[in-house]
Design a protein around this ligand. Structure first.
Ligand code: ARG
Length: 577
């Protein structure tokens, strides 16, 4: 049940009955303070302005038409014309019961499932994933999970950088390695492999000549070069797959839709852009000039789609990709998870695809961009020697730190238990640190903060979850199959119950806007509200069986909400820690 939506509809209806034009919004929001009710409608002021009326008077008119029912207990007009809405506790309790009895927690599923392409992760072949790919992978995967949960048809598009002139040099170097030691071990460390290949290319003219030859051969489909290229792609992707597994990310090899698959489309796309008069020859290259983007001189900006030497560019591939995604998957929405520096690139690609008629205006294109990951010094996150941090090293360190921490808190765990908990906490902490920050800004990577058991962190939420389970363990009860009425007699009960009933709204925001930090903030609120409820309202030693049973249900729904929410974020829960 989406309460915000339900109340919006009700207030909107009352507004229309009070003579407010139909295009005025009720603007119903959760109230920031209890004295302002549970929700408030803020749309009256704007409507009054439009109607040249006194807003308070209009509010009074509207209020007369609000039907008090089992949901709304009473309303109040506040300030210049806000309408504060108070919900019935029994109705809130009923929503909790409905959620408790549904494996999907009574969340509103998509009535019209969409085809949604999520373009994320996208590492580059023969290179290690770096922290930028980490952000894209983690945030993108949370969106994927939420959209799939709601019943959308999600297509994970891992737009891997697996094509380009660098492959000549990489093939030549792989060949050299194979000739020298007859195995592929050199690829175990991709970063070193790439760097050494580049060094040979820069310093050895014979090698460079061979590499350039291989580029041409690869592009013309030469079998030997193709198979060497495949080897490079396969080794890289199997390493990435291991990282995805470690990170509890849902990407699999089938989701790899690298740049190479669009390669065959590029000549036709460029020819078509030219034929339509969208692209023109300019100094030997093929360029699309866009009036909508101006360069430093104030002239239309040129996007090169084919270089003078015939080579294609990152933009050309993205134009082909969008065309393909629309034609092949009938995409309704495409979400791109890349850092903010690629924003202009994407906007230009979208504009060109629109101008060329490759996609209809109805296709929703969204760049869910993010800022950079910074070190504690506020500079881009690097190792002490200034190198980029390898993802696997970062995760190793997380596991090491979490193991020490968990061991000190709980010295009696056996090795298996310790390993399972440390893994959930370590990976959870790294992911949550990223997910819990508004993605549009840079964020500071700080081990101590993210592994703390206090505050808005993964360990805090994971621990809160185990605390609820331990109540049930102690009572010898299961969190499933609880029955009976939920009673909201105390303020702490009501506050927790209300928050639990608002899960739907948060999940929808994540689905619509790709804002996992809002889900994090919500789960954190559930955990803190549960904690103060538990402190003030004894569960197992409640005054009556009825009250005990009711509180057990609130506890059970808190645990289930935490679990489903953390699952959506790709964060594991454990039973004990
Ligand atoms: N491989 C690119 C990079 O490492 C990211 C690709 C993002 N997706 C896209 N359709 N351009 O920067």
């Amino acid at each position: 049940m989406n309460i915000q939506q339900l109340l919006s509809d009700k207030i909107k209806h009352a507004m229309v009955l009070a003579g407010v034009p139909a295009d005025c919004d009720a603007l119903v929001k959760q109230s920031a303070k209890v004295q302002f009710g549970d929700y408030q409608a803020n749309g009256i002021m704007a409507a009054a302005k439009k109607m040249a009326m006194n807003p308070r008077q209009l509010a009074e008119q509207v209020v007369k038409h609000i039907a008090l029912d089992d949901c709304i207990s009473h309303v109040e007009i506040a300030g210049p014309g806000f309408i504060n809405l108070f919900l019935n506790a029994t109705w809130i309790a009923k929503q909790n019961t409905l959620a408790l009895n549904d494996p999907k927690l009574n969340l509103t599923l998509a009535d019209k499932p969409q085809n949604i392409i999520v373009d994320y992760s996208a590492p580059n072949v023969a290179k290690e994933m770096h922290v930028g790919h980490l952000r894209s992978t983690i945030i993108g995967d949370a969106s994927v999970r939420v959209l799939a949960f709601l019943g959308h048809h999600v297509i994970r598009a891992n737009h891997v950088g697996d094509w380009g002139t660098q492959f000549g040099m990489l093939i030549a170097y792989l060949e050299k390695m194979q000739n020298e030691n007859a195995n592929d071990m050199a690829l175990a460390d991709l970063e070193v492999f790439y760097r050494t290949a580049k060094k040979h290319y820069d310093e050895d003219p014979v090698f460079a000549e061979k590499a350039r030859g291989y580029v041409v051969k690869l592009q013309s489909g030469d079998e030997y070069c193709r198979s060497m290229w495949r080897k490079l792609v396969d080794i890289t992707m199997s390493q990435n797959l291991a990282t995805y597994r470690r990170l509890n990310v849902t990407l699999s090899l089938e989701d790899t839709m690298g740049e190479s698959i669009y390669n065959a489309m590029l000549p036709a796309v460029v020819a078509d852009l030219k034929q339509q008069g969208i692209a023109v020859e300019s100094e030997g290259a093929t360029v699309v000039f866009l009036d909508e983007f101006k360069n430093k001189e104030g002239e239309p900006m040129g996007v090169i789609v084919q270089k003078r030497d015939g080579g294609y560019l990152y933009a050309t591939t993205d134009i082909a990709a969008i065309k393909y995604r629309y034609e092949h998957y009938h995409a309704n929405r495409i979400l791109y998870y890349t850092d903010s520096r690629q924003h202009q690139h994407l906007e230009q690609v979208w504009l060109i695809a629109h101008k060329a008629g490759y996609i209809p205006p109805s296709l929703q294109l969204e760049h869910h961009m993010f800022g950079m990951m910074l070190g504690k010094d506020g500079k881009p996150f690097k190792t002490r020697s200034g190198d980029t941090v390898k993802l696997n090293d970062l995760l190793d360190e997380a596991i090491e730190r979490a193991t020490t921490l968990i061991k000190s808190k709980n010295p009696d765990l056996n090795d298996d238990e310790l390993a399972t908990i440390a893994d959930a906490v370590a990976i959870g902490a790294v992911k949550y640190a990223d997910l819990s920050k508004n993605r549009t800004t840079d964020y500071v990577f700080d081990w101590d903060n993210m592994l703390s058991f206090e505050g808005n962190t993964a360990p805090y939420l994971q621990y809160a979850y185990t605390r609820v389970l331990s109540i049930f363990r102690k009572a010898g009860l299961s969190i499933d199959n609880l029955t009976g009425d939920i009673l909201l007699e105390y303020e702490k009960e009501r506050a927790l119950a209300l928050k639990l009933s608002q899960f739907n709204e948060i999940v929808l925001s994540v689905a619509n806007d790709g804002v996992p930090h809002m889900l994090c903030a919500y789960l954190y609120e559930i955990a803190t509200l549960f904690s103060s409820f538990y402190e003030h309202c004894p569960v197992l030693s409640a005054d009556s069986d009825q009250s005990k049973n009711s509180r057990l249900q609130l506890a059970a729904l808190s645990a289930k909400t935490l679990k489903v929410g953390l699952d959506m974020l790709g964060i594991k829960t454990i039973e004990k820690m």
